[in-house]
Design a protein around this ligand. Structure first.
Ligand SMILES: Nc1ncnc2c1ncn2[C@@H]1O[C@H](COP(=O)(O)OP(=O)(O)OP(=O)(O)O)[C@@H](O)[C@H]1O
Length: 305
């Protein structure tokens, strides 16, 4: 059986006389988290609206489990769960009541399935509280629980990290990965901030001006031999400098921090050497993401925001 959940084949969108989406072709596999990244106005929302059937295609096709969104709309869309705008829910109902209400509108959603999705998004504790009292992160979870009730093969989330604080982003990262693995669902997440979604994605597609400029395997981008910039907070600093000067390019050193360049693979060696020499390490931070650098180069700007 093929592991392709969704295929975009030369997808185009013309609005007025403007080519908004200029022919996107890529596949998304079952069980993978695919990040759809691009600056504002790149065409992410337009593409997603076409993927979920909210907008017609001007050219090409979207296939979900082989079913064309153009010629087999019902079969195709049955396999899609999505949150495109804010998740819809009744604030005066509890999370559970919202899910039960929603489940009634769908075929074959059992009570057990409701319990299962609540657990998958980690909402067990709050499920009997009114949704109106939920934080943004909790509303997001309930929205996702709703979207996966019918066990779709593809889950599409447009900018799910928007407005979330770092703790909220960490939470979403954890349950999205779990979801992809346990439900074998293909998850597509759009964002204009690579840093917010990089850690939860298997692959990242970069879109600019309606075109896909790169698709990158996230793990391949952090190969052990990749040179990264590392910031070290250590004391005494001078001894650390002395140890490092021979082997590494020190880019800067401050009162208690050092900025060096090293192959990723060498970081454990550096830490080990410091420990042996009684240098105290307070923090080690990799400050450059190679993926980010690559994307900046492709976009030709200093920021992808
Ligand atoms: N209905 C429309 N009429 C005319 N132009 C449109 C319409 N919808 C979108 N566009 C244009 O299409 C381009 C892509 O918009 P889209 O919203 O898909 O981008 P995006 O990548 O999702 O950006 P954002 O993160 O800002 O939502 C933009 O230049 C936008 O102005």
């Amino acid at each position: 059986m093929s592991d392709t959940a969704m295929e975009l084949i030369d997808v185009k969108k013309v609005i007025g006389n403007k080519d908004i989406i200029k022919g996107l072709t890529f596949n998304i596999h079952k069980g993978e988290v695919f990040g759809f990244i691009g600056p504002n106005g790149a065409g992410k929302t337009t593409t997603i609206r076409m993927m979920v059937g909210l907008m017609g295609l001007s050219g090409g096709d979207v296939r979900i489990l082989g079913n064309s969104i153009k010629s087999d709309f019902k079969d195709a869309i049955r396999e899609v769960g999505a949150i495109v705008e804010n998740p819809e829910m009744y604030p005066f109902m509890t999370g559970k009541q919202n899910l039960t209400h929603y489940a009634r509108m769908m075929p074959k959603v059992t009570k057990e399935r409701i319990q299962e999705v609540v657990k998958l998004v980690g909402l067990e504790k709050a499920i009997n509280e009114k949704a109106g009292k939920y934080s943004l992160g909790m509303r997001q979870r309930l929205g996702i629980a709703q979207a996966i009730l019918h066990q779709p093969s593809v889950l599409i989330l447009d900018e799910p990290t928007n407005g979330l604080d770092p703790a909220g982003i960490r939470e979403i990262r954890q349950y999205i990965r779990k979801l992809a693995e346990e439900e074998n669902v293909a998850v597509i997440i759009s964002s204009h901030l690579l840093s917010e979604i990089e850690l939860m994605c298997d692959r990242i597609g970069l879109i600019k001006n309606g075109e896909m400029v790169a698709i990158q395997d996230v793990n391949a981008a952090t190969e052990q031999t990749t040179v990264v910039e590392v910031q070290l907070e250590v004391t005494p600093i001078q001894e650390a400098v002395n140890i490092l000067t021979e082997d590494f390019g020190i880019k800067a050193s401050g009162r208690d921090t050092l900025l060096i360049q090293a192959e990723r693979d060498r970081i454990p060696d550096i830490i080990e050497t410091f420990v042996k020499q009684n240098i105290r390490i307070y923090q080690v931070t990799v400050t450059t993401s190679t993926l980010e650098d690559k994307f900046f180069d492709l976009i030709g700007e200093n920021t992808i925001e």
